[in-house]
Design a protein around this ligand. Structure first.
Ligand code: HEM
Length: 401
């Protein structure tokens, strides 16, 4: 529970543990947004309106919530905390953040990722080729986890067989967002393993530079754009942020698209519709439900004074289902036009570095599955929704029933 002052305690309280939120998370968030633009919860102040969220995400008076998150988890002194302190997540607006992000935003820009698209397609094919088509399959372990982790292996020149390790450690380190110290030992162990793994692969790659992402990152280091510690921290950061988020979003896309036979048939007939279908999935069922900030400088939002240090959460999930911004938001409609962009990847100087990469991954998965498996049948799909994320906890399907 975060300590809030009297004015903030007067705000309406949102209960993310309520039965309503568990049963209908987006309708519940949108209902709260109809009543209030700003509220509070156990974790801090909650912003519920699209325009206010957008402004908060970009506002220079709001910074990273990561240092406080490490305090909440009680991360002890040691290599994982040292890594966190020196990685992009701990830096606020300013020169250091800009210098750290610049080489990576260039390498992972839309154009940078297009250069890798053929390799993304090849990796997706390799994983999908190994999935049995005539029986029910657990698609999380057979497809959703292996694709982003195999792509990470490809980025750093690691063997495909390491994908399982990459997936497991990413799932573990992402437990930081539970804000639950019970997960701290698992998080520390996973970071320790990732740090050793990154060191090993960077050393190997330095010997033989190639045309993969890690080689380009080493070249950026050689050009003086990054130092050796920054390089290592980025290799760990990409593993940390990649598989867990991407795997859930791939699963969400398969479920939302393949469970709608008319939409699936349209994608089969016209693959050019895939990008807009993926955009609609990211609006309708985004992996990101909220993104966190901390007040750097006292200011007001919607007439409420936010003292320095207050944790603030931009509720992207609420904004995506707000009828003031999206017509009939509960309708899944891949033909939406002229509506505001989704905020699944946050924005501004904290925006997701991997957004073009993961969007291309999800597109290629959907393109291949809808082309090859027009009758794909989702047998069972289960979700969980934390205040932070959408999670797919079960996905079984038959590719060609
Ligand atoms: C569907 C999958 C993903 C989602 C939904 C997602 C979402 C996000 C969000 C919401 C943020 C915070 C933005 C903000 O607060 O304004 C973020 C940050 C970040 N993401 Fe992603 N992400 C995904 C996949 C990836 C991948 C594949 C990578 C890298 C390969 C990645 C790397 C990062 C990094 C490095 C940051 C921190 C950026 C910074 O602090 O400057 N993400 N992501």
């Amino acid at each position: 529970m975060t300590a809030l002052n009297a004015e903030l305690l007067d705000l309406p309280e949102l209960d993310f543990a309520s039965a309503d939120y568990a049963a209908r998370p987006f309708q519940t968030l949108a209902g709260w947004a109809q009543r209030w633009k700003i509220a509070r919860s156990r974790r801090g102040v909650e912003i519920l309106d699209y325009d206010l969220c957008r402004r908060a995400i970009l506002d220079r008076r709001l910074g990273t919530g990561h240092p406080k998150l490490m305090d909440v988890l009680g991360l002890p002194e040691g290599r994982p905390l040292e890594y966190k302190r020196n990685s992009i997540s701990f830096f606020n607006r300013g020169d250091r953040r800009r210098d750290l992000r610049r080489p990576m935003t260039r390498l992972m820009s839309e154009g940078g990722i297009e250069a890798f698209r053929a390799d993304i397609i090849a990796t997706v094919r390799r994983v999908v080729d190994a999935v049995p088509t005539d029986q029910p399959v657990d698609l999380i372990t057979a497809l959703c986890d292996p694709i982003p982790s195999a792509i990470y292996c490809y980025w750093i020149g690691a063997p495909f067989e390491d994908a399982d390790f990459v997936a497991r450690t990413s799932h573990s380190v992402q437990q930081v967002h539970t804000r639950n110290p019970d997960h701290t030992p698992e998080i520390i162990a996973a970071f320790e393993a990732l740090i050793d793994y990154a060191d090993k692969h960077i050393a190997a790659r330095r010997e033989h530079l190639g045309d993969d992402l890690l080689s380009d990152m080493i070249r950026a280091e050689q050009d003086g754009q990054l130092d050796g510690d920054d390089l290592r921290n980025w290799v760990i950061k990409l593993a940390e942020a990649n598989t867990d988020n991407s795997s859930h979003q791939i699963a969400l896309a398969i479920i939302e698209l393949a469970s709608r036979p008319k939409v699936w048939a349209r994608l089969h007939d016209d693959p050019a519709l895939v990008p807009q279908a993926v955009r609609e999935v990211m609006r309708f069922h985004p992996r990101t439900i909220s993104t966190s900030r901390e007040v750097l400088e006292e200011h007001q939002i919607a007439g409420v004074t936010l003292p320095k240090g207050t944790p603030v959460f931009a509720n992207i999930g609420a904004t995506h289902w707000d009828e003031r911004y999206y017509a009939a938001p509960a309708a899944f409609d891949i033909d939406r036009t002229d509506e505001p962009p989704h905020m699944n990847f946050g924005g501004g100087v904290f925006s997701c570095i991997g957004r073009f990469a993961v969007t291309a991954e999800v597109e290629e998965v959907i393109r291949l599955l809808s082309a090859r498996h027009p009758a794909l049948k989702v047998d069972e799909a289960r979700f969980a929704h934390s205040p932070m994320f959408s999670l797919v906890t079960r996905l079984t399907a038959r590719l060609s029933p």
